[in-house]
Design a protein around this ligand. Sequence first.
Ligand code: URA
Length: 204
Amino acid sequence: AAEPAPPLLEPDALASLNARMQRCRECPIGANATQAVPGEGPLQPAVMFVGEQPGDQEDLRGRPFVGPAGQLFDRALQRIGVARESVYVSNALRHFKYELRGKRRIHKTPAQEEALACRHWLDEEIAIVRPRALVALGATAARALLGRPVAVLSERGEWRERGDGLRVLVTLHPSALLRMPPEQQPQAFEVFVRDLALAWPARA
Ligand code: URA
């Protein structure tokens, strides 16, 4: 009898996951997107960040958090002295959901069924990447990671534990900060930075 195939090493497992993700049509979103956007970063990082879904830029470039929300996120990491390359960054959903307005593609919030259909990609990714801790950026990520609705404004800055023992720090999504009135943004940014710092106890 043939030997069972040996388990894939993590980089191969991740490449295989990402290739399968490109073909995913388990919900309607993928049909209108340019490509699926996989997570990126080192294996076994101290922290894995999870956002909602790719935005316009991410959809075009195939990389997570490279648009305006990503730039804000990068600035927050810089403030606590954390290199973006040292963390793993991913999303709860892998395709950009949008509505066309003229030529502009406007972000649309994913439906709960779409988030649920997408969740196995995140679960598989976490199992391969094996981060020491997770940070949920916003309600969609928090719900995907904790398996229950999360009121981000009341749970932000707090650690929660998952069934698998991994800890999840909840905070706002950087896009939520960008949607605030300009005069509120500097202070909201400071609170966001403080939240992120909690994921590196030595820096908080
Ligand atoms: N917003 C997200 O949630 N994820 C991205 O990758 C970009 C913007």
